[in-house]
Design a binder for this molecule. Structure first.
Ligand code: FDP
Ligand code: ZN
Length: 337
C-alpha cells in the first residue's frame, strides 16, 4: 500500500509557507466545527442565535460559533493581514505585516443544520499589498482572478476539503481516527458536458427570459432542442451542489431574479461566488454571472451579491449565449450593443 499523503505533506510542496500556514489554521478550525456538528443537538448548536447578519438573514447558533472560531484563529495567524466574514458587517484587520487576506462563509447552507444535512465552510485567500498598514475594506475589493487560494471544507456523510492554489484542485478526506486530512485526488477534473443541473425552480416566475428559456429547454429533455434528458438535483447548500459537480459533473445556477427588488442575486461574490469559481475553473469548469466571467468582476462592496452559473463548460457557455442573444445583462438591464 502506498503511504498516505496528509494535508501537511501536500502543503509543503504545493503552497508558499504563508499559504500553508493559513490553510493549516483554517483546517484546525474546520476540525473544531466538525466536532460540534458531530455532536449536533447534544452540543446545543441547533436553532436560532437570535440575531441577524449584515444580509438581514437570521443567524443560526452554529453560524455564529463557526464564525467566531474561524475569526479568532485567523487573526492570530501572523500571515493574515485581515479577515472578512459573510456574518460580520465590517472587516477585521489582523496583522499589519501579513501578506494575505482571508474571506469566508463560516457555514454555507445553514438552513441544513437543524435537519442534519450537509453544510460547509467556504474560504478565499487574496494577496495583501499594504504591509505595515492596517487592512481596510478597500484592500479586499479585488477581482476573483487575484485569489491565491480558495476552497471549502464540506461536513457531509464524511468531512472533506477541496482546495486550489491556482494549479489544479486537490481533494482530501478527513480521517476521524488520526484527525488529519488525507489526500484522495490531486487533480480533480469536471467533464465539459453534463445531463444534471441544480436550480431552485420555485423562483421560476421571477427569472429573466434567458434563464427561463434555458431551463425550459432542459425540462423538454429529448423531446426538445437539447435532444437529451436532464436530471435535477438541489441540496439548497451551494457547497453541496458544487461538491457534487466536482465529483460527477453538472451545472449549478442561482441566477438573478426579481423576487426581492434591488437584490443583484442571492449568493455573495466574495464569500461564495469567487472561491467556488476559482475551484471550478481550476478543475476545468467555467463560471459566469450569465454575461461576464465571475472572477473578472471588480467588487464594489465586500458583501456584494451576484448571479451565479457554474460547472460544465458547455452548459455555462450556452447560458451565456442565451443572455447575449437576448441582449440582456445578468441583472436584467439591456446590454448596450
Ligand atoms: P444558505 O442561505 O442556507 O446559507 O448561502 C446561500 C445559500 O444557502 C446557498 O448555499 C444555497 O445554494 C442557497 O442559499 C439556497 O437558497 P434557497 O433557499 O433560495 O434555495
Ligand atoms: Zn453561504
Amino acid at each position: 500500500m502506498t503511504a498516505q499523503i496528509t494535508l501537511a505533506d501536500y502543503l509543503q510542496t504545493h503552497a508558499t509557507p504563508a499559504l500553508a500556514s493559513t490553510l493549516t489554521t483554517l483546517a484546525t478550525a474546520s476540525v473544531a466545527i466538525n466536532h460540534l456538528l458531530d455532536k449536533g443537538a447534544l452540543a446545543g448548536i441547533h436553532g436560532e442565535a437570535g440575531g441577524q447578519n449584515v444580509q438581514g438573514e437570521a443567524q443560526k447558533k452554529l453560524d455564529v460559533i463557526s464564525n467566531d472560531l474561524l475569526l479568532n484563529a485567523l487573526i492570530h495567524n501572523p500571515n493574515c493581514a485581515g479577515v472578512a466574514s459573510e456574518e460580520l458587517d465590517e472587516i477585521s484587520p489582523a496583522n499589519d505585516d501579513g501578506t494575505l487576506l482571508v474571506t469566508f462563509d463560516p457555514l454555507d447552507g445553514s438552513s441544513n443544520i437543524d435537519i442534519n444535512m450537509t453544510v460547509g465552510t467556504i474560504f478565499s485567500i487574496l494577496p495583501y499589498h499594504n504591509q505595515g498598514q492596517k487592512a481596510t475594506e478597500a484592500d479586499f475589493l479585488q477581482a476573483g482572478k487575484h485569489q491565491v487560494g480558495a476552497g471549502y471544507f464540506i461536513y457531509g456523510t464524511s468531512t472533506m476539503l477541496a482546495v486550489t492554489f491556482g494549479q489544479g484542485v486537490a481533494m482530501f478526506s478527513f480521517d476521524p481516527m488520526t484527525q488529519t486530512y488525507i489526500l484522495i485526488n490531486d487533480n480533480v477534473r469536471i467533464s465539459e458536458q453534463t445531463a444534471e443541473y441544480a436550480i431552485n425552480a420555485s423562483n421560476r416566475r421571477y427569472w429573466l427570459p434567458p434563464v427561463q428559456q434555458y431551463i425550459e429547454e432542459l425540462v423538454q429533455g429529448d423531446t426538445g432542442i437539447r435532444q437529451k434528458d436532464y436530471n435535477t438535483r438541489w441540496v439548497a447548500a451551494m457547497i453541496a451542489d458544487v461538491h457534487r459537480i466536482l465529483i460527477r459533473g453538472g451545472v449549478f445556477m442561482y441566477p438573478y431574479d426579481t423576487k426581492i427588488a434591488g437584490k443583484a442575486g442571492k449568493l455573495r461574490l466574495m464569500y461564495e461566488a469567487n472561491p467556488m469559481s476559482f475551484v471550478i475553473e481550476q478543475a476545468g469548469g467555467a463560471s459566469t454571472d450569465g454575461v461576464e466571467r465571475i472572477m473578472d468582476i471588480a467588487p464594489t462592496n465586500i458583501h456584494q451579491r451576484i448571479p451565479v452559473v457554474l460547472g460544465a463548460v458547455e452548459e455555462v457557455a450556452y447560458v451565456k449565449t442565451l443572455h447575449d442573444k437576448a441582449g440582456i445583462l445578468a441583472n436584467g438591464d439591456k446590454s448596450s450593443e
